[in-house]
Every structure is written in structure tokens, then in C-alpha cells.
Ligand binder design. Sequence first.
Ligand SMILES: Cc1ncc(COP(=O)(O)O)c(C=O)c1O
Length: 388
Amino acid sequence: MRTVVQDLPGSKIREVANAGLGRDNVLAFWFGEGDAPTPETVRAAAVRSLDAGETFYSHNLGLPELREAIARYASGLHRPIGAGRIAVTSSGVNALMLAMQALLDAGDEVVAVVPVWPNLTAQPAILGARVVRLALQSDAGRWRLDLDALQEAITARTRVLLVNSPNNPTGWTLTRAEQQAILAHCRRTGTWIVADEVYERICFADGAAAGRPACAPSFLDLAEPDDRLIVVHSFSKSFLMTGWRLGWLVVPEASTASFAKLIEFNTSCAPVFVQRAGLAALQDAGSSVAGVVAHLRVCRDTLLPRLEAMPGVSVARPEGGLYAFFRIEGTADSLTLAKRLVAEAGLGLAPGSGFGPEGEGWLRWCFASRDPGRLQAGADRLAAFLRL
Ligand SMILES: Cc1ncc(COP(=O)(O)O)c(C=O)c1O
């Protein structure tokens, strides 16, 4: 086994979840998914496809009609994007790995904005690349990017900038101006931007542009079609499809054929019945995503005031995503604290250290809950644990 693979850290979120196995009455908010099943119309499309016998290999880049539908959907949110730039993938995490495989040789340098979902930094490490971590700052209840520090970190030696916005775990979201500056800088250094925008629709900013669906600022609003930009997407979060494993990439058209080859050697194609489900999800996207986000806003606005009111707890109001990332005064070891919360309070949260050393001392709470009452009950348990 390669040393780099042997040395991969295990998931600390799993470690906490395993500590909760077999315990009754744990309110679990540790994983990055809600408890609502995929809508019936989407499930029915997959069943119809299976009933019709669509059980064979398919195009590497995805069904042409799904690529067209994704291109229409993305063009409705951003600048026009042709279907020739879309590659359908078997999940967001697979899309990320394909982007890394396409760009990274062993020894290459990657700059990653952190803390971040650990898969983003593990994948370049698996390929033998060197990851330079650039930490977000937490100032006065807000997460902030030090743009000067980022620009200093990205040099002509930097092959890839990895940035996830809206960010898991902090909810921090890049501004349009920051994206503009980053794009201009990366054009100068010749650096590829790999933008993980899987939470773009889960954005709580007020005042979406007139007539446009709510969406976080995206590099796809700014970049030219041939810029060195790869955008990673997923059906998991905004379409409630975590278990289906379906995602997509937006890539420069000149590299689409290379991605087709890479997909051939990874998964060959996404399952057709899953792609049919994705098509159905996009057909309903207008109303279904708005409903998902409106409910998540209720969830966020249920949990956040509870955390904000707890003495000794600091939390930034997330601008997007599914998570509240918070700190309890005096916490040095978030893994131990998360395990104690499971054992002593029946509350399942993710330890901040699972998102890198920058997350140490913090905890992540996924607030995607069908019943906001569960969030209130969880907050009661936390308050009791803290003897508030
Ligand atoms: C930032 C980020 N990117 C990508 C993904 C991948 O999602 P999936 O593989 O379910 O499509 C996740 C899932 O939690 C995530 O948080």
C-alpha cells in the first residue's frame, strides 16, 4: 500500500458517530445531510427507468438530455453555459476527484482555503500533491478571507486553488469582489481554480437579484468559457439526493474530451436510472429548491438564536450551507468534547478538528432537520450540558 494511503486520517465525524452507535435517544446532527427523503417525483423517474430496463452502460459524460438540462439550469443562474462544458459525475466527491486527477501531478502545489470538508484536501494528498492551507479568519462573529494573504500564497508555482463557497463547515461565502480579485490573480499566475459550489443554492443572502433565483456568487458569473476554471456540483444538497451519488462538473470546453476519458477509467458513467432521477429533479428545480432553501432558513433561524443566546458560545451566522459552526469557550479538544456530548447529553455533533487544525476548538451542527423542534430539543440538551 502507498504510504500516503496508509497514512490517510480516518474521519473524525465517523469516530463520533461510532461512539453513538447502539445508544438510544441520541439527537444526531453530525452528518452533512438532512432527514427528508428525495421528493416522490424524482424517485418515480428512477423507478420508471428501471422498469423500462435502463440497466446498461451509458455515455461517459452523461445522457445528452441531462447535460442539456444541466446547462439550461446553470445558464439560468449564471452566464450562458453550453452542454459541451458539462460532465455528469457519480457524485460531487467523484467530480472533485476527477478534477484533481485532471490537473495534479505528484509534487504539485495546491492552495486550499480552510477549514473545509476534509475530502477536498485529502484528494490532492492521495495524488501526491502538496497542500498549502490558507485559513479563514473568524472576526467579530464573521468568517473572513484574508485576500492579501491568499494572493501572496498563490504564486506561479501554484497549480490549483481549491475553494469551497458557501463553505462547509463555516457557512462563509465568497463575495463577488473577492471572486473577481481571485480570478484576476489566478489568470496572472496561471493557476487553475477548482471551485466547489455544491451549496450555491443554499444561500441566505437577502435580496436575490430581481427575477433570478437565489444563488451564492459563483465564478461562473465572471469567468470566460476558456478560463482555467473547474466548477464542482452535486445533486445531493439542494435536491435532497445524497444517497443517489450524482453530480456534475463545468469545465472549459477544450478539456471535456479529457474528462470523458478520465470518467471511463473511474466509473465509466453514472447509472442511467440515477441520471433520469437527476433530470426529473431539474425539471422541478424552480419550486423544489426554493422550498428546500426556505425550510433551511427556518432551521437556521431556529438554531442560531439559541446558540447566540448561550453565554460562552460564539457562532457566526452562516451565509450559506447547512451548518452552524460554533465554539464553546475553553474547548481545546473538539473530538473529546463531541464524544462527551454524545455520551452525556445525547447530542451528536461533528468535531471542528475533522475539518483541519484550523477547526480545532469548534463544533459543527447540521441544521437540516424536517422538524425544527428537533433543533430546539438539541439546543436544550446543549444548554443543560453547559449548565445554563
Ligand atoms: C463542500 C462539499 N463538497 C462536496 C460534497 C460532496 O457531495 P456528494 O459527494 O454527496 O455529491 C460535500 C458533501 O458533504 C461537501 O460538503
